[in-house]
Design a protein around this ligand. Sequence first.
Ligand code: ATP
Ligand code: MG
Length: 313
Amino acid sequence: MVKVLTIGEVLVEIVATTRGNGFLEAQPLVGPFPSGAPAIFIDQVGKMGTACAIVSRVGDDDFGQVNIRRLAADGVDVSGIEIAPGESTGSAFVRYREDGSRAFVYNIRHSACGKLRPTPASGALIDSCTHLHVMGSAFSAPELGAMVMDAAQRIKARGGTISFDPNLRPELLNAPGMREALDVVLAMTDLFMPSGEELFLFDPARDEAAVIASLLGRGIRTVVVKRGALGASLFQQGLRLDAAPLPVDEVDPTGAGDTFGGAFLSLWLAGAEPSQALDLANAAGARAVTRLGPMEGTSTRAELDALLAERKG
Ligand code: ATP
Ligand code: MG
């Protein structure tokens, strides 16, 4: 049976309910919401009913439990989440500005997740899972990057598959060893899911068709380009499909890419038709932005079918 693994940070997000410039005055907040790009991604995979697990590390506090309980309830194997006694789970306070950009206060640098290292439980999951989802942001921390690379090599060597979402802010790109690591992962990638500008990370010629042809020529089976409020596109050898965005009221864009990716991967692994996988993932991303809180907008298959039926009918 296919089992999907991802490795990386788990945190909580606490969100201001009014728009404004930051946190200099007292204001209403909601949360804690479970968060962390790998956590949002794997929660969506779990909700699709696909066997999956996450390797991470949290403190022995309520913020850790908020994540563990949600992920477990949504079908994710949490045996690889280490609970570190006396340490704290990371948190981020987020407030949307009037222009839609975000102001953050982070408490992550010294969080339990920063000390994520291989454990017997993580080793057992790497040995039992058949697919790894890699997030490029992992390579901005050397120890986490080494763990992800080791997992990718082991799973690929056993005949497993790799999906890859660069998930990079531009300033991370110049972290030491980042470009080299991304190149190694890309060479192992079966499903590549960049968003916007990330498509051009490996090829500065800014011609989308040429970049896609070169990626497919390197052995990547499927490339899916996420285009935010403009929808998404899918490319395979000899095939291009475009999905128009579903019209929704955007409340909170955080997590759309991870939700899209989790839905797409589940369908891709199950051998769904490319058009069906793209449409359902496009619906998952659209639904994600309608909910406040990064993981609050993950969807079951039934919820995605209902959204598509409603928009078509
Ligand atoms: P993240 O900010 O989570 O890293 P991302 O940049 O990787 O996200 P996006 O392109 O922002 O990913 O969103 C993923 C997908 O979600 C889009 O390709 C689209 O299908 C859907 N989506 C995102 N925003 C909207 C929107 N406002 N309306 C409709 N669909 C949307
Ligand atoms: Mg985005």
